[in-house]
Design a protein around this ligand. Structure first.
Ligand code: ZN
Length: 81
């Protein structure tokens, strides 16, 4: 079998790795399942969507000089629309 830390080959009955000394009898590391990935991604997407609408909502309430999404015509006279 292989050492989970340094990936060198160790004896199957070895208690510790001879290179890095890690305890080989402990339970294997927890690994995320596809359900865990799906739920974490869903939480991240929902948080981003909520943050987008919340930030847009508060940016619309700012006074005119700070509403950078609506550029006044007098500061870009070269754009003729
Ligand atoms: Zn090792």
């Amino acid at each position: 079998m292989k050492c989970p830390v340094c990936q060198i080959d160790v004896k199957d009955d070895a208690k510790t790795c001879k290179k890095c000394g890690v305890d080989l009898n402990q339970a294997p590391m927890w690994r995320p399942t596809w359900k865990w990935h799906l739920s974490v991604l869903a939480v991240i997407y929902v948080a981003l969507i909520i943050a987008y609408f919340a930030i847009s909502h508060f940016l619309k309430k700012l006074p005119p000089p700070y509403r950078l999404r609506d550029i006044p015509k007098e500061i870009t006279p070269w754009i003729k629309s």
